[in-house]
Design a protein around this ligand. Structure first.
Ligand code: FE2
Length: 301
């Protein structure tokens, strides 16, 4: 069973425990999340000027559109203001800044129809982030930049929380991906040749949950939650921000969601920065993760 908590101001320890058990949390916009959205919007406006970013695809060649995103997305990811606003947002929602670590935010786009669904605007098939070397204590934070609808949001597939899926995660190694494929995103127009983990059997996508917070609202979920990009059948592009966190005590104690079907190697543990001073996780805390997740145990959930 998956419960969706709205505006739940419970201690972070309790929230993480529930997220590791497959629950979802949704929050209204906070002052920092609104500033993050404003920053993203101003960068989008500038990048697509004089066009409205949500409708720009109808006036641009797909090559030009991909070129704009290829400059815009890294500029947002590495914007120094993001490293101030994300810790502020996490503090507003009750995370301990001394013990919470975050990675740089991504800006995602989902264009209307089949215009661009590869490379720099990759439309994610159902996946768990734990198939991509994320630790089982990782939490994902997802924020729409403009109003979203059921036709252009993201979806959760909770029947697979406890039900393993055959998948190709055993072929994925995060360190290897960084070396070979990450930087090729902008070139992947039409066909995406990069090897990414995916289900190798039919996914039971229904029932599915589509949460529709307002711009600046926040969805929080476990990295082990099966989720996907909804095919965008709306008339406009969807833009969103997401980032991930881990909490030091859980990293050390190797607490997190159960592993039922992730077989990847490598780890993203080197990516997270402490909220207070942007320090990485201590090496002795992450050493146990270097070879990949603990072995999947079928039926562990
Ligand atoms: Fe994901």
């Amino acid at each position: 069973m998956t419960s969706v908590f709205y505006e739940a101001r419970i201690p972070d320890d309790d929230r993480r425990r529930r997220l590791y058990a497959g629950d979802l949390f949704v929050y209204s916009p906070t002052p920092a999340s609104q500033q993050l959205v404003e920053l993203a919007r101003s960068m989008l406006d500038e990048a697509f000027a004089p066009l409205d970013p949500q409708y720009a695809q109808f006036d641009l060649s797909v090559e030009r559109y991909a070129q704009i995103l290829a400059a815009l997305k890294p500029a947002f990811i590495h914007h120094p203001r993001c490293k101030e606003l994300i810790p502020a947002l996490l503090a507003e929602l009750g995370c301990d800044p001394q013990r919470t670590y975050f990675d740089v935010p991504r800006m995602r786009s989902a264009t209307s129809g089949d215009y661009l669904t590869t490379g720099i605007a990759y439309a994610f098939h159902p996946h768990r982030d734990t198939w991509y070397s994320a630790p089982f204590c990782q939490l994902n934070w997802w924020i729409p930049i403009y109003p979203i609808t059921a036709e252009n949001c993201m979806a959760f597939h909770p029947s697979h929380w406890a039900q393993p899926l055959r998948n190709s995660s055993s072929e994925y190694n995060y360190q290897e991906w960084n070396r070979t494929s990450r930087f090729a995103a902008a070139q992947q127009i039409g066909v995406d040749t990069r090897k990414q983990p995916h289900a190798t059997e039919a996914v039971q996508t229904d029932p599915q949950i589509r949460l529709l917070p307002p711009p600046g609202g926040i969805i929080v979920f476990s990295a082990a939650q099966l989720h996907s990009t909804v095919p965008n059948t709306s008339d406009r592009a969807r833009f969103s921000i997401d980032f991930r966190t881990v909490q030091l005590d859980d990293v050390v104690a190797q607490r997190g969601a159960p592993n039922i079907d992730s077989y990847c190697t490598g780890t993203t543990m080197g990516d997270y920065l402490r909220c207070t001073d942007l320090a990485p996780l201590p090496q002795q805390a992450t050493a146990a993760y270097e070879d990949g997740p603990p072995q999947a145990v079928v039926g562990a959930a």
